[in-house]
Design a binder for this molecule. Structure first.
Ligand code: FEO
Length: 164
């Protein structure tokens, strides 16, 4: 069943936010690539691709319900990072913002039974993503800019990104 126009607008905001998340991750990947950390860059690039998959899930849901998905203006990612720790702190902040947006969408769509499962899927996904990024932040604090520690993390995250 078609959702109301006001709810459709909120879903469209979420689509735009997922594209914004993708650009943030993609820029963070670039920042790591130019610092010769290809494994971390690859991990972030994989995340950027995953955010596009997220955006497409919302788009498909609106299309399936005869609503009109619209991608809004996505701001250029303002990513000013000095270190790998900064990079993941930016990522974590963005994930927290996305999680809050999903919670708001959940509240707004409380009576829209047809979107329940999808929103719940995203809510679970956010818990996972925040946990993953937060764990990396914790490990980076332990590493404390130690070269060999960073190179180990680089190789580990690189392996995860490629599924090796
Ligand atoms: Fe689609 Fe990482 O939020």
């Amino acid at each position: 069943m078609k959702m109301s126009e006001s709810l459709e607008e909120k879903f469209n905001d979420q689509i735009t936010l997922e594209f914004e998340a993708s650009l943030v991750y993609r820029q963070l990947a670039v920042e790591m690539e130019i610092r010769d950390l290809p494994g971390i860059a690859n991990w972030l690039r994989t995340q950027a691709d995953e955010e596009i998959v997220h955006a497409n899930k919302w788009i498909d849901h609106l299309s399936d319900r005869n609503n009109h998905p619209r991608i809004g203006a996505v701001p250029a990612p303002k990513v000013d990072v000095e270190s790998v720790l900064d990079t993941f702190e930016v990522a974590l902040k963005h994930e927290e913002r996305v999680s809050e947006a999903i919670r708001e969408l959940y509240r707004a769509a409380i009576d829209d039974i047809d979107s329940k499962q999808l929103i719940q899927w995203f809510s679970n996904e956010q818990v996972e993503e925040e946990a993953t990024v937060s764990e990396i932040v914790g490990r980076l604090k332990l590493i404390d800019n130690d070269g060999p520690g960073l190179l180990r993390l680089d190789s580990e995250l690189g392996a995860r990104a490629t599924g090796a």
